[in-house]
Design a binder for this molecule. Structure first.
Ligand code: IYR
Length: 223
């Protein structure tokens, strides 16, 4: 008869990670990252590689869209001559806006941001991404919910750039028709937004007012 082997020393099982806690931590971490995004209006001339921009645009292009029609085009401009033309045309519209088109309330709302018709960032950022909305597919087919779709894609672009340590600015000179002419886009493309992309200039500051966000209780309703 053999002795029964004695039990080896036992230790308790490590608790399994709580999957719910993992999701909450991930969501909170995402918040911490995204809340630190700031719109900047002064860019450094430090370059951003074409490959970097290509990944960001692939990310934007992965957005959901109406019937998956992907009604967007991202025109990425570095050419100095084109950017000079874009800046001059945008500043002309912006001067009109600040001097005539904007009403009192609008100007009052903008005052804490310190914006003005000078748009040096259109030439200074390493890239100028001009986003166009497709009113028809390239094959002439219908598109659906283009406004919603392109808004989502641009949001994903801004978030991705921020997560890579890059700064962006959402600029919408109005009207923007001149962009389609300068960039020789076809009749099915409408300018949607100008997005300078790069690193913030050294010592770049942002307006304090722009840091304010509504508290959760004001933006979330639970029923
Ligand atoms: N397009 C102008 C004015 C402007 C309008 C809004 I609304 C802003 O949030 C910021 C600026 C400009 O770019 O100066």
């Amino acid at each position: 008869m053999h002795d029964k082997p004695s039990m080896p020393e036992m230790v308790p099982l490590d608790p399994l990670p709580d999957p719910r806690q993992a999701v909450e931590d991930a969501a909170r971490n995402e918040y911490e990252i995204m809340r630190s995004r700031r719109t900047v209006r002064e860019f450094s001339n430090r370059p951003v590689s074409l490959e970097t921009l290509q990944w960001l645009i692939r990310t934007a292009g992965s957005a959901p869209s109406g019937a998956n029609k992907q009604p967007w085009r991202f025109v990425c401009v570095q050419d100095g001559e084109l950017r000079g033309r874009i800046r001059r045309a945008a500043e002309k519209e912006e001067r009109e806006f600040y001097e005539r088109r904007a009403n009192e309330e609008w100007l009052r709302d903008l005052a804490p941001l310190g914006t003005d018709p000078d748009k040096a960032f259109l030439e200074n950022a390493p890239w100028l991404v001009v986003v166009f909305k497709l009113m028809k597919g390239d094959d002439g087919s219908q598109v659906y919910y283009p406004e919603e779709s392109i808004g989502i894609a641009v949001g994903m672009f801004l978030a991705a750039a921020h997560r890579c340590g890059l700064a962006t600015l959402t600029h919408t000179p109005s009207p923007m028709r001149f962009l389609a002419e300068v960039l020789e886009r076809g009749p099915n493309e409408r300018p949607y937004m100008l997005i300078p992309l790069g690193y913030p200039a050294e010592g770049c500051k942002v307006p304090k007012k722009a840091l304010e966000r509504k508290p959760l209780a004001e933006i979330m309703v639970q029923r």
